[in-house]
Every structure is written in C-alpha cells, then in structure tokens.
Design a protein around this ligand. Structure first.
Ligand SMILES: [Zn+2]
Length: 252
C-alpha cells in the first residue's frame, strides 16, 4: 500500500515542530549520529536539523494525514475529472453558440459529401449513409440556429456547474460534496437510459465511476446524515487534529 504521507512530504517537505511541553518534545525528538532529529508530524520520518516551528502542542500544525489524507486525494482526483468534463462541456457549448448560424449550411454540405465518402467508409465496413452520423445530420439539419444556441447555452451551463463542483471538491468543501452528489446523481437515470439505448465500454466506465463517486461521497463523507452525518464527520476530524502531535509521537 502506498504511504500517501510520504508522497505528500516528498512533494511539499516535512513538517517538524517542537512542542513547549517537555513530554511531547521528548517523544518527537531523537539523537542520531549527525545530531538532533525531529519526527515529521505528517509522515513520521525523522528529519535532521532544527524543527521548522515551536510552541504549545495545541498550536502545532495539523497536517492532513492518514485517513483524511487518503480522502483528500480521492476528492482531488474527482475534482480533476470534473474539471476535464466541465472544460469539454464549456468548449462544446460555447462553440455551438458561436457557430449556430452556420450549422445548417455545414450539415447540408456534409450530407452532400456522404455519397462521395461512401466507397471509402465501405472499406472499413461502415455504411455512412445509414450510420448514426447520417441520422444526427438529418435530425440537427432541421433545428433552427436559435434552438442550437439554446442547446449550447444549456451545455455551457452544465460545464460551469461541473467546474463549480471541481472547485468545491478540490477544496474539500461540504457544499462541493453535496453539489457533486446532486449534479452527478441527477444524470445517473439518463446514463442508464443511454446504456439501454446503445451500450459502449466508454459509457459503462463513466457510469461505474460516477456511481462509485456518489456512493463514496454519501457513505464515507457521511452526507445526508448517513452514519451520523456532519456531527460524526467533525468529531472524527477534531479527534485527528487534537491528537496529531501524540499520534505522530506514538507511531513506531
Ligand atoms: Zn514528512
């Protein structure tokens, strides 16, 4: 199993601290051949040299570690995923708005090109004139530029919501977790319907990720009062931060 504390310290440096209380200080300090070493409050490694900070144990830095650190990493992976999704939706939506007037013209030209493309697509076993592409061209060819702009606006709005979700998750905000569950959960029925219509590996993978993300947020992050809800979550985090110094001292 990966020690995320070590990874985090590798990227951002260790966190050492000398508590004023002698009993804590003694447990965090050791003497090596090179001199004094101090135990890192995040990863537990002994770091040579003077501690980075000093003061009462209560005011010691409380780096995110252990369980909370693993959760933060999952939240940030989700945030990156939502950011990528949001960017794609924004690009598609804004493009649709910008080129709306030229869409019917473009689709008509594309449709005219189908017979010429037919021999080429036949060689890869694809009948372009009876494909989803031809059906989409027919469907969208009849849509007015105003309607296309409206679709574009709806898609761009969705992209903006995804970005808000990404920011909330990255910062590990409670509202971000709720927004993510609601925004992602709302599309789960649509995703199921999409898979019934036409199933692809891509759709199944996206569906599985979204379902797992929603379930993880509700259960592990205790949303909607699940497993004691917010109070239990705060109590757990409180405990972790109060005991940071002691826990770092106890390890090993
Ligand atoms: Zn460290």
């Amino acid at each position: 199993m990966i020690d995320w504390g070590l990874v985090s310290c590798g990227l951002r440096g260790h966190i050492t601290y000398r508590p004023d209380e002698a009993e804590y200080a003694d447990r965090l300090r050791a003497t090596a051949a090179a001199g004094e070493v101090w135990r890192c409050l995040r990863c537990g490694d002994y770091v040579p040299g003077e501690p980075a900070g000093a003061g009462p144990a209560d005011l010691a830095p409380t780096p995110t570690r252990g369980r909370a650190l693993r959760q933060l990493i999952i939240l940030r992976l989700l945030a990156v995923l939502r950011g990528v999704e949001g960017s794609l939706w924004l690009i598609v939506g804004i493009t649709a708005i910008v080129v709306r007037a030229r869409v019917p013209e473009f689709l008509a030209a594309l449709k005219q090109a189908f017979p010429a493309l037919e021999p080429a697509t036949q060689t890869i076993g694809w009948n372009i004139e009876r494909s989803w592409l031809a059906r989409s061209v027919d469907r969208w060819g009849e849509v007015s530029p105003d309607t296309i702009a409206l679709f574009g606006l709806a898609i761009a709005t969705l992209g903006a919501v995804k970005w808000l979700e990404a920011v909330g998750l990255w910062l590990a905000k409670r509202w971000g977790e709720y927004l993510s569950v609601i925004a992602t959960g709302a599309f789960i029925p649509l995703e199921i319907w999409e898979m019934i219509e036409h199933v692809t590996v891509f759709k199944v993978v996206i569906f599985a990720i979204n379902l797992a993300a929603v379930a993880w947020l509700i259960v592990v992050k205790r949303l909607f009062g699940v497993r004691g809800g917010r109070a239990a979550e705060e109590a757990e985090n409180e405990e972790v931060s109060l005991l940071t110094v002691e826990k770092a001292a106890e390890v090993g």
